[in-house]
Design a protein around this ligand. Structure first.
Ligand code: HEM
Length: 366
């Protein structure tokens, strides 16, 4: 990541970075996210209006549009569709560099990716500079986007964080949330199209949520807590098609595993998919079965789509809120069927249907 997010002076500023890192973890905790549920619901409802007269849609395009609007709005405080489109272009170029041969000279993916990330940080810096001016005009800010929160925060020494650090952390969040969330939404939609009985259970649960609300009420944090079965479906999609391939760790002590001695200091690659498909932990592992997550759910550290330990994904709650909001709105408005029944799955950079899952929408109330 460090290579992809260079600083203009290339000097590390660990002290600031560490504190921004901590601050972002706090913002992304469940309590901090409560107030974003309504925003996510409003974005999704607005998007659904545009699909009202569409019979065929591509789930990848739908998910991208929804997720990018959310992150532009919530992370950066940006609503302008032109700026959101530029963000998408940059993110997709940066992403190709992360999953490329690490050769950096003009014309390579990595080189294009580094240039795109520099450009993006520059663009975010410009937004941050203007935002500082806007924010300084008010004693306290009503803006709740992450950039504004970071611009108003101070480090342990009472200093504001520098724009460059804020921008590069925000690029990190945008990237970390982009393909992972897209892949999860597409895979949930695919399984619900293939498994009508499971779709019906989700629909029943979501209708109960609607029944408890007045017409036009926005979703709330409490509503999300009622969506237990729907979240089990999302977890099963995350288990069966895990967006992350794995993660690296360093051995902090010598140990023996399966007869091999691993020395302290060795770099170890941890493969999530191997754990998720291990029949010792998940009976009939290729079967899509959300009931695995009922009750106490899987044994600790066997369901690890968000990693584990101190470097575990800090965005897991954000992901839960954004995915359930998407699912709630889709299921309460539509059934859908796949337009390509045997669409191939590709695994680059994350597992997803090769054509982005084109579907036919059947509204409940045509
Ligand atoms: C379904 C969606 C997501 C999945 C499957 C996912 C998965 C992961 C995984 C596997 C890691 C590495 C964890 C480890 O090594 O133990 C990670 C790290 C990270 N994720 Fe996510 N993520 C998702 C969504 C998000 C979102 C929405 C955000 C931000 C809002 C985010 C921000 C991050 C950050 C900042 C890190 C680096 C954490 C660190 O190194 O301390 N992720 N994610």
């Amino acid at each position: 990541m460090g290579k992809i997010f260079p600083k203009s002076d290339d000097k590390p500023s660990n002290e600031h970075s560490f504190t921004i890192h901590k601050l972002l973890h706090l913002i992304l905790k469940a309590d901090g996210l409560r107030e974003y549920v309504g925003i996510m619901d409003a974005v999704m409802k607005e998007h659904l209006q545009t699909y009202k007269n569409c019979k065929q849609v591509n789930v990848r395009d739908m998910a991208k549009r929804y997720l990018l609007t959310l992150s532009s709005n919530i992370f950066l405080g940006i609503n302008d569709p032109g700026k959101i489109e530029t963000l998408r272009e940059r993110l997709e170029v940066i992403e190709t560099g992360i999953f490329s041969i690490p050769v950096n000279f003009p014309g390579t993916c990595l080189n294009r990716s580094i240039k795109a990330s520099r450009l993006m940080i520059k663009e975010l810096n410009a937004i941050a500079r203007q935002r500082r001016i806007d924010l300084s005009g008010h004693r306290s800010s009503s803006r709740k986007d992450f950039m504004s929160v970071l611009l108003l925060a101070k480090d342990d020494n009472g200093q504001f964080f520098c724009d460059e650090d804020i921008s590069s952390h925000l690029v990190g969040l945008l990237l970390a949330s982009y393909s992972t969330m897209q892949s999860t939404i597409i895979n949930i939609m695919k399984h619900l199209a293939e498994l009508p009985a499971i779709y019906n259970f989700v629909l029943r649960e979501q209708e109960e949520v609607v029944d408890g609300k007045k017409p036009n009420d926005m979703l709330t944090w409490e509503d999300l807590r009622m969506m237990k079965y729907s979240w089990n479906v999302a977890c099963e999609a995350l288990r069966i098609s895990t967006p992350g391939i794995g993660s690296f760790r360093e051995a902090i002590t010598d140990f023996t595993y399966e007869g091999y001695t691993i020395r302290r200091g060795s770099k170890i690659y941890w493969n999530f998919d191997a754990t998720h498909k291990n029949p010792k932990y998940f009976h009939d592992p290729d079967k899509f079965d959300p009931s695995r997550f009922q009750g106490d759910g899987p044994t600790p550290y066997t369901f690890v789509p968000f990693g584990g330990g101190p470097r575990m994904c800090p965005g897991n709650e954000y992901a839960r809120v954004a995915i359930l909001t998407f699912l709630h709105n889709m299921v309460t408005h539509f059934r859908w069927e796949k337009l390509i029944p045997d669409e191939k799955t590709i695994h680059y950079p994350v597992p997803r249907p090769a054509q982005g899952l084109p579907i036919l929408l059947h509204p409940h109330n045509p």
